[in-house]
Design a protein around this ligand. Structure first.
Ligand code: GTP
Ligand code: MG
Length: 417
């Protein structure tokens, strides 16, 4: 049983590098993640060469199969339309074909593949646009397997002019084609890590240690170890198994130790009850000390992914910014030039609005203690609406349920100890 990873665009590959360094550092190494020759069951793809080459160099070229490290020279100019349609538009997207071919190749070499985990940012061009296309195509090829996206949201200040359009478009595709979305928010991550660094620096002021300076690498380390904590195999009633989208809380630690009731109690306090699930906190334990992630320097760690309505305001902020730009038709010519019309962006924004509204409905119902009507995390095998390759799907197809429930807001809770 294996899971295949695809790392797409700059941020996706930087995070992939962290995940795979942790995978190799585990003792004994997990055979689910590697083929019989010890290379990663992963595809690293970017439209610029630098990051993928750096990641391959740092992991060791023998760890990544040459046909699974795919690069182009041009980049996608922080433009979703170029990532989705290719530089020329018109459905010709050579790197997408190559990535799908590499994924097929990886898939055929697994005895039993549970699905694919995609890591990417949704604010640029490649991770957001190419990532959207890959998910759409993978859903077409594998309607009954889990597709999970670990998506980095752009900084709220909007460091890229097209960032909020890109994020809106990508989120609408993730909602339509993925079974689970793990949202990381750069702004929240930076805030969280800055306050942790402040605490550490306060402690360091009493010692001779210098406080660390925060940069993107710290964000990547945090996200990568969170993703590893979630997606590495655990010991469940069915034996050791890799990640599936049903896991919500994963404890890793000392052999045979039962779940700590105090931690469970604290988690319940933190999360509150859930009107959606009779099991608001579910543990999947890893019984081997080896699975305590080495980067954490701890024998025990707990990874938490919570499916909470708090993802709603996060999505809303992205949407509001995109809609404000759309009102003034700001920058839309960048998309039109590559075959994505203003109407299409408006449609996808409208689609995302329904998700935000559903989250708001959940929050309102929760506040009034009325159990809201939401479906559970979409099960593997749920039908998704499919579009012919290279054509843009129209949103709102009834086959793709408009529920917020497959978007998990993960930013606040990761790696609780
Ligand atoms: N957390 C995190 N975010 C990043 C990283 N690199 C870029 N970002 C964020 O991702 C967005 C830009 O996406 P990139 O991943 O650089 O873009 P890309 O997917 O390579 O697409 P193009 O370069 O436009 O072709 C911005 O919001 C950045 O803040 C990273 O290493 N970690
Ligand atoms: Mg790039």
């Amino acid at each position: 049983m294996s899971t295949i990873f695809v790392h797409c665009g700059q941020a996706g590959n930087e995070i992939g590098g962290v995940v795979w360094r942790l995978a190799w550092a585990e003792k004994p190494p997990r055979r689910w993640f590697f083929d019989e020759r010890g290379t990663a069951r992963a595809v690293f793809v970017d439209t610029e060469p630098k990051v993928v080459r750096g990641v391959v160099r740092s992991l060791g070229p023998e760890r990544v199969h040459p046909r699974c490290a795919l690069v182009e020279q041009s980049g996608r100019g922080n433009n979703w339309a170029m990532g989705y349609g290719g530089v020329d538009g018109g459905g010709r997207n050579g790197i997408a074909d190559a990535a799908l071919e590499a994924l097929r190749w990886q898939w055929e070499r697994c005895d039993w593949c549970t699905g694919v985990v995609l890591s990417h940012s949704i604010g640029g061009g490649t991770g957001s646009g190419l990532g959207s296309l890959l998910l759409q195509e993978l859903r077409d090829e594998h309607p009954r397997h889990y597709l999970t996206a670990a998506a980095m949201c752009p900084f709220a200040a909007g460091e890229l002019p097209l960032g909020h359009y890109n994020a809106t478009l990508a989120l609408s595709f993730l909602q339509e084609f993925a079974d689970a979305i793990i949202l990381f928010d750069n702004t929240q991550l930076l805030r969280h890590l800055t306050s942790s660094a402040a605490v550490q620096s306060h402690a360091a002021s009493h010692s001779s240690q210098q406080p660390a300076r925060l940069d993107m690498k710290h964000l990547d380390a945090y996200v990568g170890s969170g993703l590893a904590g979630l997606t590495f195999p655990t010991d469940g009633p069915l034996g050791r198994r890799p990640f599936d989208a049903a896991d919500l809380v994963i404890g890793r630690g000392v052999a045979g130790e039962p779940p700590d009731e105090r931690i469970k109690h604290r988690l319940l306090q933190l999360l509150g009850g859930s009107p959606c699930s009779p099991f608001p906190v579910d543990y999947k334990l890893s019984a081997s000390p080896a699975t305590a992630l080495p980067s954490q320097n701890a024998l025990r760690s707990l990874t938490l992914v919570s499916n909470r309505s708090s993802a709603g305001p996060q999505l809303e902020q992205i949407l509001i910014r995109a809609r404000l730009q759309l009102l003034g038709k700001a920058y839309v010519h960048h998309f039109e030039r590559h075959g994505v019309s203003t109407e299409f962006i408006a449609e996808r924004a409208e689609y995302m609005q329904t998700i935000v509204d559903e989250y708001e409905g959940c929050r309102a119902a929760f506040a009034g203690s009325q159990p809201p009507v939401v479906s559970p995390v979409r099960a593997a095998g749920a039908a998704a609406s499919l579009s012919p390759r290279g054509t843009l799907p129209s949103p709102g197809n009834p086959a793709a349920p408009l529920t917020p429930s497959n978007i998990a807001g993960a930013a606040q809770g990761f790696a609780l100890r």
